[in-house]
Design a protein around this ligand. Structure first.
Ligand code: NAD
Ligand code: UDP
Length: 337
């Protein structure tokens, strides 16, 4: 299938490109490089030994989208392009709604003009908000607690309404849990531009000597060791979920949500211990209070994705930490190395 990948130079997008290419799909990337570098695509081309059409542009730009659609004529779109920093979303709400919601609207309009009928959307488990029960299934009420989460839920709503109105189109809404890890080549991985917000890249930067100590946010949660529990998923498993979603979209009309997680969760302290084992170094930590807006525990019920997409995660926690360490130690300065 010809697949347009918006945000394809980003962390999840780049891993997904490699899985799509490995399965024989043709890909084209649209990215404005606000949070990525063209070096990513150079590496993806080398690793896959395949050509990749790419455009530098904004997903909100209708004329750019029309050009890409006319040149490449995609049969499906995977829409990763967006902003994802929860804290920043509170400071810049209009910017977040513009890119995450406005970008989705512009893309759907361009798909309509070009006759493209399938879209896979990067949503997030953060749309669920404070858990009423765990693990979250897809029927769990949605009540996001951040601008970022609300922008994702709005985009989901737009995609569902679009699919309902068209009848013969497909929107697959993937609610990711916590993506971590890196490609087995150690050539592609997560490369945060600023101080990492997320746990795993922060630990990796401490391990490689870029940062002094991990700050553990909160030790008084109602969890076995008092630190937050999350459902971490290997980015290659996540990438493969998109390939499965494309097959699903080819055979199903309408909009459907899927949790993309493992169904297991680990605490901050368990993650630190697992990483120490992978890198054979100790990770200094300092204890702090809870981070504003954090919830105690998140865990996916991934059974719908298993039953309907035929997809489940296969990588272990050791795979997640070992691949992150392999990437970080081979590229201590990320793609700037
Ligand atoms: P990322 O920042 O690495 O990738 C996003 C890509 O989109 C980047 O390459 C960036 O340059 C590009 N981009 C941003 N704004 C754009 C615009 N206006 N036009 C064109 N390109 C633009 O992030 P990621 O971790 O790969 O996440 C991909 C998607 O998955 C995002 O939509 C994110 O919200 C969602 N998601 C991520 C996580 C996570 O923890 N990483 C969790 C849940 C959902
Ligand atoms: N966390 C932490 N220190 C950090 C970053 C994260 O203790 O520097 C904790 C955070 O409080 C949460 C877990 O690690 O319990 C996962 O956080 P992350 O930001 O990676 O994911 P999210 O909170 O968005 O699920």
């Amino acid at each position: 299938m010809r697949v347009l990948v918006t945000g394809g130079a980003g962390y999840i997008g780049s891993h997904t490109l490699l899985e799509l290419l490995a399965q024989g799909h043709e890909v084209c990337v649209l990215d404005n490089y606000t949070n990525a570098t063209p070096e990513v695509l150079t590496r993806v081309r080398t690793l896959s030994n395949r050509t990749i059409l790419d455009y530098t542009g904004d997903v909100r730009d209708a004329s750019m989208l029309d050009k890409v659609m006319q040149d490449f004529m995609p049969e499906a779109v995977i829409h990763f392009a967006g902003l994802k920093a929860v804290g920043e979303s509170t400071e810049k709400p209009l910017y977040y709604y513009d890119v995450n919601v406005g970008g989705t609207l512009a893309l759907l309009r361009a798909m309509g003009r070009a006759g493209c009928r399938r879209i896979i959307f990067s949503s997030s488990a953060t749309v669920y908000g404070e858990p009423i029960y765990l693990p979250y299934d897809e029927a769990h009420p949605t009540a996001p607690t951040s601008v970022y989460g609300r922008s994702k839920l709005m985009a989901e709503g737009i995609l569902s309404d679009w699919a309902a109105a068209q009848g013969d189109v497909s929107a697959v809404l993937l609610r990711y849990f916590n993506p971590v890890g890196a490609h087995a080549s150690a050539q592609i991985g997560e490369d945060p531009k600023d101080v990492p917000n997320n746990l795993m890249p922060y630990i990796a930067q401490v391990a490689v000597g870029k940062r002094e100590a991990l700050t553990v946010f909160g030790d008084d949660y109602e969890t076995p060791d008092g630190t937050g529990l999350r459902d971490y998923i290997h980015v290659v498993d996540l990438a493969r979920a998109h390939v499965a979603a494309l097959d699903y979209a080819a055979n199903h009309a309408g909009a459907r949500h899927f949790n993309i997680g493992t169904g297991q969760s680990y605490s901050v302290r368990e993650m630190v211990r697992a990483f120490e084992k992978a890198c054979n170094r100790s990770i200094p930590t300092q204890q702090a209070g809870r981070r504003a807006g954090d919830i105690a525990a998140m865990q996916a019920d991934p059974r719908r994705a298993a039953a309907e997409l035929g997809w489940s995660a296969t990588h272990t926690l050791d795979d997640m930490t070992a691949s992150t360490w392999a990437w970080q130690s081979a590229n201590p300065h990320g793609y700037d190395t």
